[in-house]
Design a binder for this molecule. Structure first.
Ligand SMILES: Cc1ncc(COP(=O)(O)O)c(C=O)c1O
Length: 624
């Protein structure tokens, strides 16, 4: 082996100052995609991409083709001396992509540090002020000004004496380090009080995601408050996107996810796929604050680097669009806020089994029972609205706003309806020995004997209880609830005639109805049940306004993207059409029922209101 890592290391030590540290004791010979081969022929997976300059991998064919074409045409003129189109084209593309609803202009330079230096120059010229606020843990470069902004002495500025003045340091918000958003804002206010008046501060510079600091994301709420603070004092907000730009955070710029725009944005690193290119993009009026000649550089925005950047932006933009349309690209968690084996759980599993097959990703049921479903609901309300955490819940969803005085979420505001899945009708059953053969007969008997009739329910506040209460209200009768632990006990008591009637789910009583042990007087649902097509609804049988719909449906956190909500809706509709799901529903006495997402949201809002009256009548108000 003529060249070894050890022999090259010796030469390096003799020729290169030690200040240019070396993280790996190896020398690269060639590379392709994410694989690097060293001078001894060993292959390595490249997790660093030359500190993140290679989003597109090594030797990407499209970048090499673009650069080769440019190399054969024009390598250099110095843009300020003799301009060329690729520079202008890169600026146009960046202007269009950087967040901010205002006219923008872009300056191209060579390194990230140079971009940061220039952003400060521009902010100073635009405001006529000299001070800058940077953050703890920040990294902005190794040139003198940027070293002053970088919030880490060892190893970056150790031994070099004091850095340029006029730089003040605020606390970067970081839960892990015990710095809240309030703490961070307070640290800026403290600078205004102790060190420099706001009118002397030209800019606040921040990395939307700190890199060197430890890969910490600035909270959106913080960015909003920082924006407001800058606006209040006429300070420019600089987003240093050198580390985060070019698609490294899922969007082309990290600030696209923050809900506010910076005045100036710096970019570098991945922007040209390994070729040296950097820049500052900002509000046109600020960018024009420096007179001709004050900006630029001999090799700044070289045609070769620009050709590479144009290939990268095309690639990165198409990749990020592809990533967004690739939903789902990982498992989807479906929170069911009841235990395994409950009706909601059985329906959820029937649907999610089918969805797993058609989406090509696991769709996993996660049972989070307890507190009438509100524990699972709270988990969904606070989950990321990305389509990877959703919920299948029952119509208890619209009951808990009235039965709980306080909930850690707002049912109408914090969820987005995808679609109802099923409606499970209850059927009013009574023993033949009671001699009441129709619903009007039962109503007349109850009216003649106020407070004497009783009905079974599968628990206080259960769907069977609420159904009976709604019927009581609409029929204007007085009857007494006898709650049981579940349907089995309730059915036994009604069969024996010890309790008068029961609004039962269909599955536990269909056998007894068929062989005449129980009479089915009506179904409580708005529509007839497919398992009992000859039995009228309570409304049809003379009690309008008594409809009670026990549904099971799918919901997502409120801000889930619309295309994801629509996709999930379509998947449920597809699953419901399969013979396997139809068969399982038949056994459960459940009917398939769907609504468009917007209609489901409206339905939920209405039902929250109508259930409030039933809950009040049933004496179930506010349990906490
Ligand atoms: C946020 C940030 N700003 C500026 C720089 C400096 O860029 P360069 O190394 O190209 O000078 C870096 C480099 O890592 C960085 O991460």
């Amino acid at each position: 082996m003529s060249k070894t890592n050890a022999s090259l290391m010796k030469r390096r030590e003799a020729a290169v100052p030690r200040g240019v540290g070396q993280i790996h004791p190896i020398f690269a010979e060639s590379a392709k995609n994410a694989t690097v081969t060293d001078v001894e022929g060993r292959e390595f997976i490249d997790f660093a991409g030359g500190i993140a300059v290679l989003n597109t991998g090594h030797v990407h064919p499209k970048i090499i083709a673009a650069v080769t074409e440019q190399l054969n045409k024009l390598t250099h003129t110095c843009f300020q001396v003799l301009a060329y189109e690729p520079y202008v084209e890169v600026c146009e593309k960046i202007n269009a992509k950087v967040p901010g609803d205002f006219a923008k202009k872009t300056l191209l330079v060579t390194t990230g540090s140079e971009a940061v230096e220039n952003s400060i120059k521009i902010a100073r010229a635009a405001t006529g002020r000299a001070g800058v606020i940077a953050f703890t843990g920040a990294y902005h470069g190794r040139t003198m000004m940027t070293l002053g902004l970088t919030g880490k002495v060892v190893p970056y500025s150790a031994g070099m004496g004091l850095m340029p003045g006029g730089i003040f340091r605020a606390l970067y918000p970081n839960e892990l380090h015990g710095v809240s958003i309030d703490d961070s804002i307070a640290s800026i206010e403290r600078i205004f009080k102790n060190d420099a008046e706001p009118r002397d501060i030209a800019a606040i510079i921040i990395e939307p995601v700190q890199g060197e600091g430890g890969f910490y994301v600035a909270p959106k709420e913080f960015m909003k408050r920082l924006r407001a603070l800058c606006d209040q004092h006429g300070i420019l907000l600089i987003a240093d996107e050198v580390q985060t730009g070019a698609g490294r955070t899922g969007t082309f710029f990290a600030m696209e996810q923050m809900g506010v725009a910076a005045d100036l944005t710096t970019f570098a690193k991945s922007i040209a796929g390994g070729f040296p290119l950097a820049g500052v993009c900002g509000k046109a009026e600020y960018m024009d604050a420096i007179a001709p000649g004050g900006l630029g550089g001999t090799y700044a925005g070289s045609p070769i680097a620009c050709a590479a950047a144009l290939a990268v932006t095309t690639l990165a933009l198409s990749l990020s669009a592809a990533a967004q349309s690739a939903y789902p690209n990982k498992a989807i968690r479906v929170i069911v806020p009841f235990g395994a084996g409950s009706t909601t759980d059985i329906i959820a599993r029937a649907i999610t089994d089918k969805m797993s097959q058609s989406l090509g990703q696991p769709v996993i049921v996660d049972n989070r029972g307890g507190a009438s479903g509100t524990i699972g609901q709270a988990a969904v309300a606070s989950a990321a609205p990305d389509g990877y955490t959703i919920m299948i819940h029952s119509s208890s969803h619209t009951v808990s706003p009235s039965t709980f005085a306080k909930l850690p979420f707002d049912t109408a505001r914090d969820f987005s309806g995808i679609t109802p899945i099923s409606s499970t009708p209850n059927v009013l059953v009574i023993a033949p020995s009671k001699n009441l053969k129709t619903l009007p007969q039962l109503v007349a008997h109850a009216k003649a004997n106020p407070g004497k009739m009783n009905f079974a329910s599968a628990g206080q506040g259960s769907a069977t209880h609420l159904n009976a209460e709604k019927f009581k209200l609409a029929a204007q009768i007085d009857a007494v609830n006898i709650p049981f632990k579940g349907s089995a006990d309730a059915v036994t008591e009604v069969l024996a005639g010890r309790v008068d009637y029961y609004f039962s789910p269909i599955a536990p009583v269909i056998g007894q109805i068929k062989d005449g042990q129980l009479l089915a007087l009506a179904v409580g649902s708005p529509r007839r049940a497919s398992a009992l097509p000859d039995v009228p609804t309570t409304a049809e049988a003379g009690v309008p306004g008594s409809e009670f719909n026990f549904w099971i449906g799918m919901m997502a956190p409120a801000k889930t993207p619309r295309d994801v909500v629509n996709r999930l809706h379509d998947e449920v509709v597809k699953a419901l059409a399969t013979p396997e799901v139809k068969e399982r529903f038949l056994k459960l006495g459940a009917d398939a029922w769907t609504l468009k997402p917007e209609a489901f949201d409206a339905y939920i809002r209405d039902e929250i209101k109508s259930n409030a009256a039933v809950v009040k009548a049933a004496g179930l108000l506010a349990t906490n």
